[in-house]
Structures are given as structure tokens and as C-alpha cells.
Design a protein. Structure first.
Length: 116
């Protein structure tokens, strides 16, 4: 199983506007070879789950149909701008099944299964 494990703001951002990187997330080998990377990670993990972090990895795996679950920790803040977790996805419907919701004071923990 490949599971995304991420924190994000209520408006869907994973980093703020001042977080700059030289190489945008999802660029390089992972975007081009998501299936190969996923297969290598699953083989290395054996019977354990593969945990994925990062918007680029999440988007590449969702596009390839390889992401099994999303575990999101939604922080009670609106960043207004930055890098969105679910940008750059094709205009197609991805159905999610709600597995768990755990509200807390400053964060809501959500877990979804990707319906395939």
C-alpha cells in the first residue's frame, strides 16, 4: 500500500508563499517514472506500507493511479498562497472513501482510501 502522509492548510496549501526551491516539486525523475519508483519502494518495504511525502509525489502517484490512501492533517489556518497539494492533476474524477476523521483543537486528521 502506498499512502500519502501530509499536513496542509484549510485552503489546500502545503507550504507558504515564502518557501522557495530551485527545483519545483514533482520535477525530475519521480514525475517521469512514478511507476518505477512506486514499484521499487513497494519491493523495498516488503509487507509494510510505503509512506509518501510531498505534493509532487502525491500528484504523480494520483495521475498514475498508484496512490492507495491519503492521510491528511488539516491545520486550522488559511495561508492564501503557496504550493497547493492537489495542483497539476488531470480534469478527471478521483473518488475517495472516508476511512477516518479525528478532530483536534488545532488540526483535523483525515484518512481516505482511493477508490479504484
Amino acid at each position: 500500500m502506498i499512502r500519502l502522509y501530509m499536513s496542509m492548510s484549510l485552503d489546500g496549501f502545503v507550504v507558504g508563499p515564502d518557501d522557495s526551491v530551485d527545483e519545483p516539486m514533482g520535477r525530475g525523475g519521480f514525475r517521469s517514472f512514478a511507476a518505477d519508483c512506486a514499484a521499487q519502494a513497494k519491493e523495498a518495504a516488503g509487507d509494510r506500507d510505503v509512506m509518501v511525502h510531498g505534493a509532487g509525489a502525491a500528484q504523480a502517484l494520483l495521475r498514475a493511479g498508484l496512490l492507495d490512501e491519503l492521510e491528511l492533517h488539516v491545520v486550522n489556518v488559511l495561508l492564501g498562497q503557496g504550493r497547493r497539494l492537489f495542483d497539476n492533476l488531470p480534469a478527471e474524477y478521483i473518488e475517495l472513501e472516508n476511512v477516518r476523521q479525528l478532530p483536534a483543537r488545532d488540526v483535523t486528521h483525515l484518512r481516505y482510501r482511493v477508490v479504484k
